[in-house]
Write a protein that binds this ligand. Structure first.
Ligand code: NAD
Length: 379
């Protein structure tokens, strides 16, 4: 995406819907608002913020996890920032109105077919991983997962009774050319903006849908992205390579099922859920603008909610992804990521990433420190 600079950046109004949700969602979203205010004050960037309820908070107020009105607002804005949904309070609600149903509806109606998850190890946190520091130090990879197709949605599906009294469960892996090409295009663009290396992952050795995946990705590369170096890997090997030598990868693109597992595996290389952002992107309109939702990988963490100890960094890094992907504000995204890096290097830690000799701080104090680091970087 091209850089937005100067006058254009100052005058463009960007509409953002913030859906804090449940548990620690509102706590981490509070820190996001502070940074957005800061961007307005110091960078002259105009954001029009809207608020809404999602998940359990919406069930409590309206009886459903996402109202029609909130859905329409999500469709109308430039980007959605979501905290997290769910918690024990809503464990017994009807399946159809469970908090997570809101996420599925948002993803499906916004047409968010590409999920982008960076797994980056901040230098100061190399020892937080369960892997040896030298395996993960400096790790910076991105997994692009197809999000709205494949085996989670394919038909036929279901459980049926068999004449012998047994039962049969069926799910179907289906991908079309278009579904493969549109997510691969995002992956190629992501790779082109980084080191120019993309690894496409499937099981072409045993699955026809995998063979099609490999052929279509290869064709797209030849047609439109000849400068990106494309390799292919079977998903089982990728799972192994991610723990053996994760730094061999730059960008990985894969289907919904394999992406579900591989992105969680890659996430854990970094050591903490509280550090991991994600972006989900939809089709680009004529002006090149994509519908988009940004959210941390973690859930609502009911075990620590309301105690001001949650790590706000995953949410703030999701904001950085929004600045980059929805608004091409790369300099401001760099500033925010740089501020977070500096605060971690200075030894500040929320409890989830605490290490020996470090200073344990609350959510609020972590936010304060990041604001101060932003001021310093911007001075
Ligand atoms: P979780 O991610 O909420 O928490 C897992 C563990 O990580 C907990 O011990 C928690 O305290 C810790 N943790 C998570 N985020 C943290 C942060 N920012 N700072 C510090 N510690 C953090 O997963 P869970 O416990 O399996 O699920 C809790 C609820 O969240 C459930 O209702 C689940 O359905 C929901 N959930 C929602 C989403 C989402 O909204 N996208 C994703 C996953 C789970």
């Amino acid at each position: 995406m091209a850089k937005t600079t100067g006058k254009e950046a100052m005058t463009t109004e960007r509409t953002v819907l913030i859906l804090p949700g449940d548990g620690i969602g509102p706590e981490v979203c509070r820190q996001v608002r502070r940074v957005i205010d800061w961007l307005g004050r110091t960078q002259g960037l105009v954001f029009k913020l809207e608020d809404g309820l999602v998940g359990g908070a919406s069930i409590d107020q309206h009886g459903v996890p996402l109202t029609e009105e909130t859905m329409q607002r999500a469709l109308a804005v430039d980007a959605v920032l979501l905290g997290a949904v769910g918690g024990p309070k809503w464990d017994d609600v009807d399946f159809d109105i469970r908090p997570e149903a809101a996420l599925l509806r948002l993803r499906s109606e916004l047409g968010l077919f590409a999920n982008i998850r960076p797994a980056k190890v901040f230098p100061a946190l190399a020892d937080a991983s369960t892997l040896k520091p030298d395996v993960v130090a400096g790790l910076d990879i991105v997994i692009v997962r197809e999000l709205t197709g494949g085996i989670y949605f394919g038909e036929p599906r279901g459980i049926s009774e068999l004449p012998d009294g047994g039962r049969r469960g069926v799910n179907t892996q289906v991908y079309t050319t278009d579904e493969i090409r549109r997510v691969a295009a995002i992956a190629f663009e992501t790779a082109a903006a980084r080191s120019g290396r993309l690894c496409s992952v499937e099981k072409a050795n045993v699955m026809e849908s995998g063979r099609l995946w490999r052929e279509e990705v290869t064709r797209l590369q030849a047609e439109s992205y000849p400068s990106v170096e494309l390799t292919h890997m079977y998903a089982d090997n990728c799972a192994m390579q991610l723990v053996r030598n994760p730094k061999q990868f730059d960008v990985i693109v894969t289907d919904n099922l394999f992406g579900d597992m591989l992105s969680d595996e890659a996430a854990m290389l970094t050591g903490s859920l509280g550090m991991l952002p994600s972006a989900s992107l939809g089709e680009a309109d004529r002006a090149g603008h994509r519908r988009a939702m940004y959210e941390p990988v973690h859930g609502s963490a009911p075990d620590i909610a309301g105690r001001d100890i949650a790590n706000p960094i995953a949410m703030l890094l999701s904001l950085a992804m929004m600045l980059r992907h929805s608004f091409a504000l790369h300099d401001q995204a760099d500033l925010l990521e740089g501020a977070i890096d500096n605060v971690l290097s200075g030894g500040m830690r929320t409890q989830d990433i605490m290490g020996p000799g470090m200073a344990r701080v609350s959510t609020g104090v972590m936010g304060d420190s990041i604001m101060r680091a932003l001021d310093k970087l911007n001075a």
